[in-house]
Design a protein around this ligand. Structure first.
Ligand SMILES: *Cc1c(COP(=O)(O)O)cnc(C)c1O
Length: 216
């Protein structure tokens, strides 16, 4: 199937309120343009340099989401254009994003990455640490970042019950935060292998790569 066909197939399954991030990491410019020509305008990358290179040559109405683990010293390269940063997992990183956003007189939208997977390889904050950040006085001083929700990655497993558990606990936590602060409206969960499940568990934003662009 073509990229356009894949996109249409996925979009048909997504309820209206769910945002589709097309994850284009490692994929060439031509593939992104094919998706863009089919109407997709939000793309996700996991490496800052690769995202910058693509931003420079692609249409400027594309919204770029950084979905990967952040190297603090590289935040400055994307601060003038990044639309949403999904993988914020420390207050230090938030401070750096704020500093770089300020230089460009921007407010950068961020998601806090929650650790929901069992394995050690996944980055992310505990629910306790997320609440600490959200209620801290230091956060109020960061006027150039705007936290608008949470991001999570389920364990890399075929065990759907485990993935369900992980999505469920994040969804419950996210709902609780939302009642305290309605600005935290985004829940970024769901990838090619698990997005139908993520939708059942409150996802408002799915990050889909291989089901659109083919295997990497
Ligand atoms: C690569 C990646 C995705 C997309 O994965 P697919 O399995 O290709 O859909 C989603 N989220 C993050 C954080 C990723 O790094």
């Amino acid at each position: 199937m073509s990229i356009a066909n894949n996109l249409n197939h996925i979009k048909k399954q997504l309820p209206e309120h769910i945002t589709l991030v097309a994850v284009s990491k490692t994929k060439p410019i031509e593939a992104i343009l094919e998706a863009y020509d089919a109407g997709q305008t939000i793309f996700g990358e996991n490496k800052i340099q690769e995202m910058v290179d693509k931003y420079n040559v692609l249409p400027k109405d594309i919204k770029w989401h950084m979905i990967g683990h952040l190297q603090r010293n590289k935040v400055k390269y994307m601060a003038h254009f990044v639309d949403l940063i999904h993988g914020v997992d420390s207050f230090k990183t938030l401070k750096e994003i704020n500093k770089q956003a300020k230089k460009h007189e921007r407010v950068i939208n961020c998601l806090l990455q929650a650790k929901i997977a069992e394995e050690d390889t996944k980055f992310g904050l505990s629910f306790t640490d997320i609440e600490k950040i959200l209620t801290s006085d230091e956060l109020k001083e960061l006027e150039n970042v705007n936290i608008i929700g949470l991001m999570g990655m389920a364990s890399f497993t075929d065990d759907m019950d485990q993935i369900k558990d992980e999505f469920n606990k994040l969804n419950v936590f996210s709902d609780r935060l939302k009642t305290q602060d309605p600005r935290l409206k985004i829940l970024s969960i769901g990838m090619s292998s698990d997005y139908p499940l993520a939708i059942e568990y409150g996802s408002t934003m799915v990050r889909i790569g291989s089901a659109i662009f083919g295997v990497r």
